[in-house]
Every structure is written in C-alpha cells, then in structure tokens.
Design a binder for this molecule. Structure first.
Ligand code: ZN
Length: 243
C-alpha cells in the first residue's frame, strides 16, 4: 500500500496541483491538516483535497481557526487577517467539511496529528519536543506537519537518544523495526526550511520506506493572486524564500 503524504497546503492551489501530479499513482492519501489559511485559494483547495480517493484528513490549527475564534489566540496579525478573509471565501458546504475533520487519525501503523503529542497543536522544533511526542505515542510511526519543515526524528523505545535529520532536499527513510519515527513531510503551500519547493511524501507500507519529495511550482502565480485579493505582502513575499 502506498500513501501520498501532504500537509500545510495553506490555500496554495498551484503548489497543491503540482504536488498531486507528483504523487499520481499512490493508493491513498494522508493529509495532516492546514488546508486553508495564508493563501489565495481556500475554497478550491478544500474541494481538491476532499475529492482525492481514499483520503484520510485531519484538522490543523488554521482549519480550526477558520471555524472558531478561540483558535485564533496565538495567531500573528498577518495570519489572523488571512483567516478572516478565508472565512468569507468558503461555502457552507466547505466549512462543514472542515468542521467534520478530527484532530487525530490512525491509518495502518501510522498515527496522524497536525502538531505533536500529547498536545495536538504543539510544535516539534527540537529533539526535546520530539521526545515529549515519543513518550506520548503508542505506535512506531507518527506523521506530523505544523512546523512546515521537512525532517524526521528517530528513537529506540526505552532510550533517551533522539536523532533529528533534515529532509529539506528530500530523501528516503528506511523504517527499521525496533525504531520509532516522527516524520514531517514539510509544507505543500508555505515551506519554511529555506527551500521554496512544495514538500510531500510517499509512505510505502510493504517496502517500509518513507520518501520525501520537493516539488517546484510557479510561486509568482500564487503571489500575484495574493496581492490581487489583498492578502498581506509579507505572506506573499515569504514564499519566494521558503521562510
Ligand atoms: Zn501550517
């Protein structure tokens, strides 16, 4: 079984389209949240995601903030403005789709959560934070998004040693038995690891491999749309640099 891994699409239709083309042929899709927020095409991205065959999709903090002010608390002014605009763009049906998303899912042996464990919207930004997640997880594979940084952490149960490996240029992980992994495929729509190409992955359960890919797309097309609808310049500019 092969799963296409996508996360943090952030209303970036050009990045999503290029990513789905790259992942064509997978058996099923796992989406790790944040379909909307920041970008200019929230409605089209919700529709494109939900039409994918055999999809399991969980909620990210931007999806939740679109639905409920309580989740806006930690948002900077640019992110908040984009969420307020996003609300005006979604149909009742698209909003209902986001409302129905759960915060976690279990698919095969993979546990899906947007941010971390035990707190679903925490950021895994260090080996210490990764250890918190390893201690809270029960299986051997946790798939996360949220930081927009393609990387993985590995740990042997019972050990405090945790390895952090960057995947900013892509790469392949051979999943060893007796080792636990937290894998972040990076962001489709707003990478922050200094590589502006969209991040995604392919999880092959038989080969026990997890491949991370970076996919180029026309960043300037998205930036032009963002300026046209009045989204903050900072949100458009950062896409050039992947920051
Ligand atoms: Zn995000």
């Amino acid at each position: 079984m092969t799963y296409g891994l996508i996360s943090d699409i952030h209303s970036n239709l050009e990045a999503l389209t290029a990513t789905l083309a790259e992942l064509a042929g997978v058996d099923a899709f796992l989406c790790l949240g944040d379909i909307v927020g920041y970008g200019p095409d929230p409605a089209a991205c919700v529709d494109r995601i939900r039409e994918q065959p055999h999809l399991t999709c969980i909620a990210g903090n931007h999806d939740l903030a679109t639905l409920d002010d309580r989740h806006l608390k930690w948002f900077n002014p640019y992110a908040r403005r984009a969420i307020e605009w996003t609300r005006s763009q979604l149909s009742a049906d698209q909003t209902a789709y986001l409302t129905a998303l759960q915060e976690t899912a279990q698919v095969d042996n993979a546990f899906l959560v947007h941010g971390s464990l035990p707190e679903h919207m925490d950021y895994i930004t260090s080996v210490d934070r990764a250890m918190d997640c390893f201690e809270a997880m029960s299986g051997s594979l946790c798939l996360v998004g949220h930081t927009h940084i393609a990387e993985y952490y590995s740990n042997r149960p019972g050990s405090r040693v945790c390895e952090q490996v960057s995947l900013l240029s892509g790469g392949e992980i051979l999943l060893e038995p007796e080792v636990r992994y937290i894998v972040n495929p990076g962001a489709v729509g707003q990478p922050r690891d200094r590589n502006p190409a969209a991040g995604c992955g392919i999880y092959d359960t038989e080969a026990r491999t997890l491949k991370i890919l970076r996919v180029s797309y026309e960043v300037s097309v998205v930036q032009e749309k963002m300026r046209r609808v009045g989204l903050p310049d900072d949100l458009a500019d950062r896409l050039t640099f992947g920051r």
